[in-house]
Structure formats: C-alpha cells, structure tokens
Design a protein around this ligand. Structure first.
Ligand SMILES: Nc1ncnc2c1ncn2[C@@H]1O[C@H](COP(=O)(O)OP(=O)(O)O)[C@@H](O)[C@H]1O
Ligand SMILES: [Mg+2]
Length: 426
C-alpha cells in the first residue's frame, strides 16, 4: 500500500520512517516533508503544503494513496478529513467538528465542564463582555489563553492581576489575530505535566505509550516556552494506578462525552495533563493529533505496524487491537537554531549527519532542507536526536552521543532532557 503523510516536521519524519519499515507499505509520500524524509529509504517528498487540501486530495487520487495520515492540527481543523472522506479516500484524523477540541480552547473547556472531566476552573470572555473585576477576584497566578490556534504561543501565565488584565486586553485587541477574539481565563494548576496520547475511534480506544516533553527552552525547565525541546517515553510518573485513573477519569469520559454530543472522533487524541501531587490528572488541553516531539521517541518504541493500527481504527476494529512496545526507554533531544523561539537564522549547513547515522539511535529532521545535496537548517527546531536504552538515563546517553556528532553555526539544545524521569529512576 501507498501512504501519504501530511506535514513537514519532526513528527512527520518519525511517522514516515515508521510506516516505511512496514512490509505492507510499498511507498511513503510526505507533503511537504524535509531533508530527513527526502533521504529516508522508501520515502519521497511531494511539493505540496500541508494546508493545501485540494492539491493533497488531487495527489492522493492520482497516486492511489491507500491511507493518508495527517500530522499537524491546521489541516485537521480546516476539515481535510471531511474533504478526503467525501471523495472516498481514507484519511486518519478527526473531522472538522471533532478537531474543534483543539481548534477552540473555549469549546474544549465547555466540553470538559459539561462532561465533568477534571480541569482547571475558568471563564471565557470576548471584547464585548471582558470583565477586569472578575480577574481581580481570582487567585494568582492566572493563566490567560487565546481560544484559537496560536502555534503554541497563545498561553500567558501571569503573576499579577495587572499583568493578567494587560495580557487579556492584548489578546482581545488582536495580538494573536483571530485566535484571541475569545480568551479563556484559567486557574493555575500546580504539578507535573504528561502527554497522554491514544488512538480513538468513537467509543473504542487504544492508549499509546506514555511520554513527557520539555516545553521551556532552557535547562531546569526555565526560559521561554517553545514547541518542545525534547521528550521521552515511557513517563515513569505515570504509574499503573495513575494510568488507570487517567483512562477512567479522563479518556473514557471524553470519548463517551463526544459520543453523547454526536461527534464521531477518529484519530490520535492527545490529552495534555497536569498530574497533581496526589496523582489527580487535570486536563490542560486536548490536541487532535500526535505531539511533536513526543512522536519521535514513541515511534522508536512502537513494534506494531502503525498503518495497521490506523486502519483498525478507521474500520472500527480498535477494540480488538493491541500495540506492542519495545520495553526500552526512548529519549529525544531537540537541536534548535540559535535564537529560537524568537528570531533565528536559516540556511546554516549542518555537519556530522553521516557520522551520527553510524551511531545507534536515530536522528529525525524537522526544520531542514536539501540544497544542492547539502542539508541546511530551515526552521527553529531543526533535528531531534533519539536514543534508546534500558532506562531513561541510558537512552539519554545515547541521544547525547548523537547530538555530540552534529554541528552547525549557533546550534542550541538543552543538556538535561529527561531529568525528572532520571531523578525518579535514581
Ligand atoms: N491551568 C494551567 N495551570 C498551569 N499551567 C498551565 C495551565 N494551562 C496551561 N499551562 C501551561 O502552559 C502550557 C501551554 O498551555 P496549553 O493549554 O497546553 O496550550 P498550547 O499547547 O496550545 O500552547 C502548558 O503546557 C502548561 O505548561
Ligand atoms: Mg499544549
């Protein structure tokens, strides 16, 4: 079968790499892909943007694509699955209505409240009804969120009421464009975050391996928020009893709530959770797709065919499926361009990729491009070096051996990815 992966980041390289290893897959196309997918055996890039749904549909038709897997949220929220299904093509991901769980944070909060799924208390405002007095009456810190898609930049944690009011006004007055026309003002939750990702088909669910990522740019989880500077799987924080609690208190009520609301959800469903000191899981947000960089370590550990799991979900056979996992831990370190997440340079030649390819582990590409046979940087997050090991500590060692082999001008990366898990192991 021929598979199409939509997107061009590290997540999509990992999905394409995984699908390409499967005996039932003859060829994998990635639109638009990156230098990593261009160089991967059995994988080919297609020069179509992830948001160009009509062109993707035309390509899938002409090429006889049996299964399309959508990486990023943009095309899902824009309705790529509805469009492919209407044309009789199989496309893995939630439809437009289901993707609103990610597309609108206000919608997601109302959904959580309606179905009594644990989440921070909140209120939503527009310019028309913004009430600074409500904010002044709340405990600090306060979390202000733009409702719509903001590429991971639309959340501000405020330490004072004045700051919270200013952040709210900024959003409502257009700092995040249309994404900030509605805002969510949320109670701050203390605890440790985990990424809990499942494959869902209506009421059927297959939980994937647990993971944790590091959102902040600097060591010690300090500095500005980013798309993610590293991730590992499994997350030792999610013990068997916490896992059972997440399934019973979050995932199952979410799927039954969707069904009760008349929404048929098929696809990856990612719950960003804050785990309290007593193990209570609270939902911070939903994503309607796989995480990046969580995908990279999780795909390193997945033994089952990903395409088989996606097809089982599309066919409503997910309840008869199990996923097999490598018992080892996987840990990915993101190598980013200097200056990221603010402004950074593109076009820097990357050295050491051949040497890294001879080492154990795997380097997934994100913001890279092939120019005249050379791999150069083309984005903020450039590579994700993933190691495997008997525990998170040894997976970390393998990942940093890969990192040490690679260089470019002004490369930056964290040196402590996995520190919480390693502290737990010690
Ligand atoms: N209620 C909250 N309490 C504490 N931290 C929060 C809260 N909501 C969000 N955060 C922090 O902000 C980050 C981004 O928020 P999230 O809702 O995941 O939005 P997005 O991923 O779209 O930026 C989270 O990963 C978490 O670190
Ligand atoms: Mg998030």
């Amino acid at each position: 079968m021929k598979v199409l992966i939509v997107g061009g980041g590290g997540r999509e390289h990992a999905l394409a790499w995984k699908c390409a290893q499967e005996a039932r897959v003859s060829r994998v196309f990635v639109a638009p892909g990156n230098a990593g997918t261009a160089l991967e055996p059995k994988v080919e890039n297609v020069d179509i943007a992830a948001e160009d749904i009509e062109a993707l549909l035309g390509f899938a038709h002409q090429t006889g694509i049996a299964l399309t897997i959508v990486g990023p949220e943009g095309p899902l929220v824009a309705g790529i699955v509805d469009r492919f299904n209407a044309a009789g093509l199989r496309c893995f991901g939630p439809n437009r209505a289901a993707a609103q769980l990610e597309g609108s944070k206000a919608h997601a909060k109302d959904f959580l409240k309606r179905h009594r799924i644990p989440t921070a208390s909140y209120a939503t405002f527009t310019r028309a009804n913004f009430d600074p007095q409500y904010l002044r009456a709340q405990r600090l810190p306060l979390v202000i969120k733009a409702d719509g898609l903001a590429a991971g930049k639309g959340v501000i944690i405020c330490e004072t009421h004045d700051q919270a009011i200013a952040a709210s006004r900024g959003m409502l007055e257009g700092d995040f464009g249309a994404a900030g026309e509605t805002i969510v003002v949320e109670e701050f939750l203390a605890g440790e975050e985990v990424s809990f990702i499942v494959i869902a088909h209506e009421r059927q669910v297959l939980p994937l391996a647990t993971s944790q990522d590091h959102k902040r740019r600097d060591d010690g989880d300090r500095g500005p928020n980013t798309g993610g500077m590293g991730a590992y799987s499994p997350a030792p924080l999610v013990t068997a009893s916490t896992h059972a609690r997440i399934m019973a208190d979050v995932i199952e009520p979410t799927l039954s709530g969707l069904a009760a609301d008349g929404i048929a959800y098929t696809g990856f469903l990612y719950a960003g959770l804050m785990i309290g000191a007593d193990g209570t899981p609270n939902v911070l947000e939903f994503n309607c797709r796989f995480g990046d960089p969580e995908t990279q370590p999780i795909m390193m550990r997945l033994r089952s065919d990903l395409t088989t799991l996606c097809e089982a979900a599309l066919d409503g056979r997910l309840d008869r499926c199990e996923a097999a996992w490598d018992a080892r831990a996987a840990l990915g370190v993101v190598m980013a361009a200097g200056g990221y997440p603010e402004s950074y340079r593109k076009g820097e030649p990357i050295s050491g990729l051949e040497a890294a390819a001879r080492l154990p582990g795997k380097v997934f590409h994100a913001g890279t491009q092939l120019t005249g046979g050379n791999v150069v940087t083309s984005g903020g997050r450039v590579l994700c070096a993933v190691g495997l090991g008997v525990d998170v500590r040894s997976a970390q060692r393998q990942a940093y051996d890969l990192v040490a082999a690679i260089h470019w001008n002004l490369v930056q990366y964290r040196r402590d990815i996995g520190w919480r898990a390693i502290a737990r192991e010690a």
